[in-house]
Design a protein around this ligand. Structure first.
Ligand SMILES: NC(=O)c1ccc[n+]([C@@H]2O[C@H](COP(=O)([O-])OP(=O)(O)OC[C@H]3O[C@@H](n4cnc5c(N)ncnc54)[C@H](O)[C@@H]3O)[C@@H](O)[C@H]2O)c1
Length: 537
């Protein structure tokens, strides 16, 4: 397999964003020829063009590319013109070249959203018309790439997955035959598709067969989702030839205990479950956490499928393989990492979700946008005002792909996955101080994001306008900004005993800009105190 991947295509096709993701996923380095040229020349590309002309620029470009390609195991985002000249083509021939094909209108729209960039020399005037003309003249050169990915409508994570599959020389696998796959999770603990599609519940049985599950299906549900959707799940499984049975537990966080797991063991073992059978967890995060744990431990592990029915489940709890239950000492303290074989999210099921739980899930969508995907923030802002209009197939798929990308990179929360804890430090403190009954998880995380945003502003990381943008979206989702009647001492003590505290220092996930978060361990106490003043009414 070649150990260079070159991404070619028009400006605005996402070469740099996808390239960086790809390099992270492969553990390779990343280079961007435009950046290398600017570093070597000490001038910006528009200046090189205007002072030295295009021919000199192409020469610098070929040299930068040759230099970058001297390293092994590197992903290189190439300038749009590289495949059009001999020197560029010769270098590309030594690696695996993928054309990120983008519609010029989509590319122009993306570029227009980067107002800080100096105007690109070849796109002066009407960028869309210039991109169309460039595509016409370069199409044959781009088409010489080893493979191409049509990136219109794909998130960067999805485009990255597609390039990876092509590079690995995957012949079409079972996932390719499944419509509506929003993302694939790929971890040492297992790889699986996540389907996000209106009406997908009716295809549950077929999809289980497509991921090569066999034997009997044991559907675990709760008394909120079960009466509404268990019979459709059973019908679909039976129509696909599976024997299927169901068990309904009482819903609610207070049921997420080892005692309930024991009743699930009684059912499964009483039915003589075998390792060749599988469990289907049909419900919100309580059912997927608890059912996943029961499946992962009964007979030392039987396969399981998650069918999340709450928004929080779809964009968060069902993805990534954290299974478990609460203990009297704290939430989620007993569990195991175990990956499902399939996650099936049918947004149509959200029509019956109580509005408070819908808003609760929106907090996670908002969080994904603010930490990793400014485009998701824009899409949410464009629809803000009606919380129900935010839980669409498109936005759920996008948010799902973000979480899937992060957990694929870091299954066990040793690095990137920590970013998903944005808003969780104070959020968990508030949940615990309210004895897990005052605030739902997403509500507490929304308040925690407010606090984290204030800390980031206070220490000069984040402009006040970015915090205001975050808060405006949180308000538009109908989520709280402040916690009322919560004991401050209890919040602080819960924060200090959180699982994420290491050697006494709290790891804060803080925004550096919208769409970019990082871990900070050196946050001064007074910044935390000021943030607590602001969010605890
Ligand atoms: N494993 C993870 O990575 C992870 C991540 C985040 C949260 N979680 C866990 O998720 C749990 C919270 O999940 P949740 O918010 O989904 O709560 P939940 O499972 O309690 O569901 C909320 C309520 O809505 C009902 N319900 C669910 N879907 C419905 C539907 N479509 N129509 C009508 N009613 C429906 C449920 O019966 C329940 O009463 C917590 O225990 C939390 O710890 C886990």
């Amino acid at each position: 397999m070649p150990d260079h991947i070159f991404l070619v295509g028009l400006s605005g096709s996402g070469k740099s964003t996808v390239g960086r993701l790809l390099a992270d996923r492969l553990g390779w380095s990343f280079a961007d020829t435009d950046t290398l040229i600017e570093q070597a020349a000490g001038q910006s590309i528009p200046t090189i063009f205007s002072e030295q002309g295009e021919a000199a620029f192409r020469e610098l470009e070929a040299r930068a590319l040759a230099r970058a390609a001297r390293s092994a195991r590197v992903v290189i985002a190439t300038g749009g013109g590289v495949p059009t000249h001999d020197a560029g083509r010769q270098i590309l021939a030594d690696g695996f070249t993928v054309w990120l094909a983008v519609d010029p209108a989509v590319a122009a729209e993306r570029l227009a959203r980067q107002p800080d960039d100096e105007p690109r020399p070849l796109l002066a005037g009407d960028p869309r018309a210039r991109l169309e003309a460039l595509l016409d003249s370069r199409r044959d050169d781009y088409a010489r790439a080893d493979a191409s990915v049509d990136v219109d409508g794909l998130t960067p994570e999805q485009a990255c997955d597609a390039v990876l599959r092509l590079w690995e020389g995957d012949s079409p696998g079972p996932d390719d035959a499944i419509p509506g796959v929003a993302a694939t999770v790929s971890t040492p603990g297992g790889a699986y598709p996540i389907v996000v599609r209106e009406g997908a519940l009716a295809d549950l049985g077929e999809l289980c067969a497509a991921v090569e599950l066999s034997g009997r299906a044991f559907v675990l549900t709760d008394d909120g989702a079960g009466p509404l959707y268990a019979s459709a799940a059973l019908d679909s499984l039976r129509a696909a030839g599976f024997q299927a049975a169901t068990m309904t537990i009482s819903g609610g966080e207070e049921q997420k205990t080892l005692a309930t797991v024991a009743t699930v063991y009684d059912w499964l073992l009483g039915e003589r479950v075998e390792r060749s059978d599988f469990v289907v967890c049909l419900g919100g995060g309580v059912v997927t956490d608890l059912g996943g744990y029961a499946a992962a431990t009964v007979l030392r592990g039987v396969p399981f499928v998650h069918v999340p029915t709450s928004l929080l489940g779809m964009v968060d709890a069902a993805i990534g393989g954290k299974t478990g239950v609460d203990h009297a000492i704290g939430k989620n303290l007993v569990g195991a990492f175990a990956q499902p074989r399939l996650v099936l999210s049918d947004p149509a099921l959200l029509a019956t979700l109580p509005p408070r739980h819908l808003r609760n899930g929106l907090a996670e969508l908002v969080k994904h946008g603010f930490i990793l995907d400014e485009e998701l923030v824009r899409l949410l802002e464009a629809r803000a005002g009606d919380p129900a209009a935010l839980a669409t197939e498109e936005l759920i798929a996008r948010s799902t792909a973000i979480k899937a990308g992060v957990v694929s990179e870091d299954e066990r929360e040793a690095g990137a996955r920590t970013l998903l804890n944005y808003g969780h430090t104070i959020g968990h403190g508030i949940e615990a101080a309210a004895a897990y009954s005052g605030y739902l998880h997403g509500e507490a995380v929304a308040i925690g994001m407010h606090a984290a945003g204030r800390i980031a502003c206070e220490i000069g990381l984040l402009p006040a306008a970015a915090l205001e943008r975050q808060q405006a979206l949180i308000r538009a989702c109908g989520l709280p900004e402040q916690a009322e009647g919560v004991d401050r001492g209890a919040v602080v003590s819960a924060m200090r005993s959180d699982k994420k505290v290491r050697a006494g220092a709290i790891s804060w996930v803080l925004l550096e800009s919208i769409g970019h978060a990082a871990i900070h361990r050196d946050v001064p106490d007074q910044a935390v105190e000021a943030a607590l003043d602001a969010v605890l009414a």
